[in-house]
Design a protein. Structure first.
Lengths: 341, 583
């Protein structure tokens, strides 16, 4: 197991160089003027384009640009994000915890709901719960994220006024922005508790409800469907029949024998789901004005803000490797055959 | 399920915030780029800067022609127009606690001239005070001698001189009637020199000035820290999320009424409208007039619309036009097809006045106003906002007339255009739907005239749009201009003079217009200037270098609790926060 983890970790530098070199090379398809677009916000600024290109070294060859970037990264400087107006690292530190918080709090209910509903529907095949869960999961799976998000926003924020927009209310934003409010971890839920501000904690949770509901509704639909078919498949296999033939109670057959085997594809999917949550929350974050990573990186890509895109790609690459590694470790925990091989 | 509902309801604590008279909340989609007044060149950044920093003078309320003293108390202009002397206000303190004096003015202006970053608006000060446009490195080029640099420094050093602690003198290289209005631009706002120097900014000396030429000021302390003299001081800026400011209790003009100002960035318009309705935002940015019905008549929301209430007197300062390039780059350019009449157009296609007139007559203004501007539009007769000195409403315009268009097109290129036909593309930057509509309107009318006329409407990414424009590869494109300073020269020269920024790009040149423009640029009598611009407008009508598009009509949506706002088109935010109050 140790060797396996080390081998996976050794893959990280490959990902780092591969992804960043690829982006630098891709940028070469654009002319220096196109690469300068991130600095030129109106046609009027075009008049100084030569000086802009010169200043930011946009006409240099890819090897020079890449080397300069590597040198900077080596010194811990990830460059300046034009999309936000601050160093990339500062944007990352500010936004990553917000998205991670949202992702974790969405991931757990997504998996629990997905597995529970998926297995309930497999075990009650064609029963009431199965019909309901199949229809709702198809409904949510095919529903565009922004539609659901705007519905929720209009009903629960605009109409009922139960939940807020953004990360905290304006009143609290005036407090958390001051130095008296210590940002120990960057996670607002944890920091508000560490500052012994339960009112802010509740407020933060309140603001996360709608984004979480949106993400869970849409992400868990997929888990439900995979879980259902995987369990149905497992239930027809020989070892399940054998277990039943041995006279084991139905609940033990289902839980200990069938479920444990059926859940393996869900673990793979779970790895992707967390990566997807961390990356793909762009629309949810935009609609709910939630200050996370997704919004930032999408803006950066559109504006050709190379420094942010590079950092975002490295981050995503590392995340995918780690999530896969975690999924593989979990396989071994769940499936002894993998452990012993 | 029941438990879930109870839980949700328990979490759903409704924070009634609109009633808080101490906090003003504005939601918009613009990203603040920088808080450094010299580096800034966009309205989201400008809005924060104009409330935290101050210039020597400022616009008076909503007027673009009347000014009021801010950090100065009076000024004098020499008879030859080359020297401006300002008496400075005494007893003013910066937010850091440092005292304001002439040294800060000298430092602030010279800092703009020394750094003059290429993507900033500092060139506005550079031209009158040094006669140069770009920063010293770019102007002098590679291999410049120390003596040449010394010369530039001498000009910069001499441009702003402290006569005593409370008197500053500006020395211009040539008379410039627009100089005073240029000094109202935020690049000329006064920063706290001691504080800036102590935090790694240029130390103001001749010894180090060359290290700061053309630098990216985003790498320095003033990028996200501010110490000005304004009625508000910066609390914090969380990029892409919010800017928070609080009132400056020691403001020389008296502390403002509202204690906190929060600018929130909310990209989604539906979300902003919900926030306005809920009272979480006092005002929100609406992308287009078509969104107005969603907020009109809603409880607690006031909509002020110059289209419904002309007495507001609001007009737009944006001038948009279809550019018809007279010197298209024809090498391997698919935008002009075969590069000859018939299956394309020649590179000098638009040099024929009949083509330009034909296109002008073919543009259906009413359709544009109804479909794109949602029924509220103002036709302009020249490339100048109606509120500006020199605007002449009596200059004729090309009204939509397909018969006249046909007549002109038949005469174009000695009749060849009509017989052989044409193909070209109209380009716009994707996402800009009003520009797309302009292109579609022209396409359908021109293609209707003659089946041999073929036009493709092409949406391209902003970066590619810039690239193709720079290389003159777009035969026809739609571009806008918003002012840097409130002087007609900022438009007229840009659009019509041979050396003007936009006219040079289209290749438009007319000696008669140039002569009038030169005269108007240095004429200090407003009445004479206005007369000259009117002449120029009439000439420009005859030459038809552009298709001028009608302007949108401005509106403001605001919570009813807020009062004191107005609309000054020269302010990035429309109004100053210090003038607001809330109950």
């Amino acid at each position: 197991m140790f060797v396996f983890i080390v081998r996976r970790l050794l893959f990280l530098p490959v990902v780092f160089f591969g992804v960043t070199l690829f982006i630098i090379l891709l940028m070469q398809f654009l002319s220096p003027t196109q690469r300068a677009a991130t600095y030129v916000r109106s046609e009027a600024q075009l008049r100084n384009i030569d000086a802009i290109i010169e200043q930011y070294g946009l006409n240099k060859g890819p090897h020079v640009q890449y080397w300069n970037w590597l040198k900077q990264v080596g010194q811990g400087n990830w460059g300046f994000s034009k999309a936000t107006g601050e160093p990339v690292w500062a944007s990352f530190k500010r936004r990553f915890p917000a998205t991670l918080e949202l992702a974790i709090l969405s991931f757990i209910p997504t998996m629990l709901l997905g597995v529970w509903l998926g297995s309930a529907s497999a075990l009650n095949r064609d029963g009431f719960i199965d019909q309901v869960s199949r229809i709702t999961s198809i409904f949510f799976w095919s529903l565009p994220v922004f539609v659901l998000a705007i519905w929720l926003l209009v009903i629960f924020y605009g109409g009922l006024g139960w939940f807020g927009l953004g990360q905290v209310t304006t009143a609290h934003s005036l407090e958390i922005i001051k130095p008296e409010f210590q940002r120990y971890t960057g996670f607002m839920t944890i920091d508000s508790l560490l500052n012994i501000r339960f009112d802010i904690f509740l407020d933060v949770i309140n603001h996360m409800v709608l984004p979480i509901v949106t993400l869970v509704a849409i992400q868990s639909a997929q888990i439900v469907r995979i879980m259902r078919s995987s369990l149905l498949d497992t239930l027809t296999q020989d070892f399940v029949r054998t277990a039943r033939a041995k006279g084991l109670a139905e609940s033990i057959v289902n839980r200990k024998h069938a479920l444990r085997n059926a859940i393996i594809p869900i673990i793979t999917l779970g790895g992707f789901t967390i990566v997807g949550l961390l990356n793909g929350v762009v629309i949810t974050e935009t609609v709910f004005a939630y200050p996370g990573m997704g919004k930032w990186l999408a803006d950066a890509a559109v504006q050709l803000d190379t420094a942010s895109v590079m950092a975002g790609a490295v981050f995503t690459g590392i995340l995918v490797v780690l999530a896969n590694m975690l999924a593989d470790v979990l396989y071994a925990v769940i499936d002894p055959r993998i452990r012993y091989n | 399920m029941k438990k879930l509902v109870v839980l949700l309801a328990a979490l759903g604590v409704c924070f009634a915030f609109a009633g808080d008279p101490n906090t003003y909340v504005e939601q918009s989609f613009g990203d603040v780029d920088t808080l450094d007044p010299v580096q800034a060149y966009d309205s989201a950044s400008g809005q924060v800067i104009e409330n935290v920093y101050e210039g020597l003078y400022g616009y008076k309320g909503d007027s673009v022609t009347e000014y009021e003293p801010r950090l100065a108390t009076s000024y004098e202009e020499s008879a030859d127009g080359l020297t401006y002397t300002f008496k400075l206000r005494e007893g003013v303190k910066f937010h850091s606690g440092n005292a304001f004096s002439c040294k800060d003015v000298e430092y602030s202006i010279q800092r703009a001239l020394v750094t003059n970053p290429p993507d900033s608006g500092a060139w506005i000060l550079m031209e009158p005070l040094t006669g140069l446009f770009s920063d010293a490195n770019t102007e002098l080029g590679e291999g410049a001698t120390d003596a040449q640099y010394d010369e530039v420094w001498a000009t910069i050093d001499n441009s702003t001189v402290c006569l005593d602690a409370n008197t500053v003198q500006f020395n211009l290289v040539a008379a410039d009637p627009a100089f005073f209005s240029k000094m109202l631009f935020y690049a000329a706002n006064i920063v706290d020199s001691e504080w800036a120097k102590a935090n790694g900014m240029w130390d103001g000396s001749a010894a180090t000035w060359r290290d700061f030429i053309g630098v990216d000021l985003r790498d320095y302390h003033l990028q996200n820290n501010m110490s000005g003299t304004g009625a508000y001081k910066l609390v914090a800026w969380e990029p892409g999320i919010r800017v928070v400011a609080e009132k400056n209790a020691n403001y020389w003009g008296g502390a403002p009424s509202i204690a906190n100002v929060v600018l929130q960035q909310v990209e989604d318009e539906a979300s902003r409208i919900q926030a306005l309705k809920a009272g979480d935002a006092d005002t929100v940015a609406l992308g287009a007039r078509s969104s107005l019905p969603q907020v009109e008549g809603q409880p607690g929301i006031v909509v002020m619309d110059a289209a419904k209430d002309p007495s507001l007197g609001w007009s737009s300062v944006a001038v948009n036009a279809v550019f018809m390039s007279q010197e298209i780059n024809s090498s391997d350019n698919t935008n002009i097809g075969s590069a000859d009449l018939g299956l394309g157009i020649p590179a000098d296609f638009f040099t024929d006045i009949h083509v330009r007139k034909c296109f002008n007559y073919a543009f259906d203004t009413d359709t544009y106003i109804n479909d794109v501007l949602d029924g509220a539009g103002q036709v302009i007769t020249m490339a100048l906002p109606t509120s500006y000195l020199g605007y002449d409403a009596n200059v004729p315009v090309y009204e939509f007339d397909l018969e006249k268009a046909e007549e002109e097109c038949k005469q174009a290129w000695g009749g060849r255009l009509w017989d052989e036909g044409m193909y070209l593309t109209f380009s716009y930057n994707t996402g800009n739907s009003s520009r797309q509509a302009v292109a579609e309107i022209l396409k359908s009318n021109l293609e209707y005239l003659n089946p041999k006329f073929k036009i493709d409407v092409r949406g391209i990414q902003w970066s590619q749009f810039l690239d193709e424009r720079r290389n003159n590869r777009l035969p026809a494109s739609i571009i806008g201009w918003i002012p840097d300073y409130a002087d007609p020269d900022n438009y007229i020269h840009t659009f019509y003079a041979t050396t003007g920024y936009y006219s040079a790009q289209t290749g438009f040149s007319d000696p008669e217009i140039d002569a009038i423009d030169e005269q108007a640029r240095t004429e200090s009598d407003p009445a004479k200037r206005a007369e000259l611009y009117s002449q120029l407008g009439n000439l420009a009508y005859e030459k038809a270098p552009y298709i001028l598009l009608p302007q949108g009509v401005p509106f403001i949506v605001m919570r009813e609790e807020v009062s004191g706002y107005y609309r000054n088109p020269m302010l990035s935010g429309g109004w100053l926060w210090k003038d607001l109050s809330k109950n």
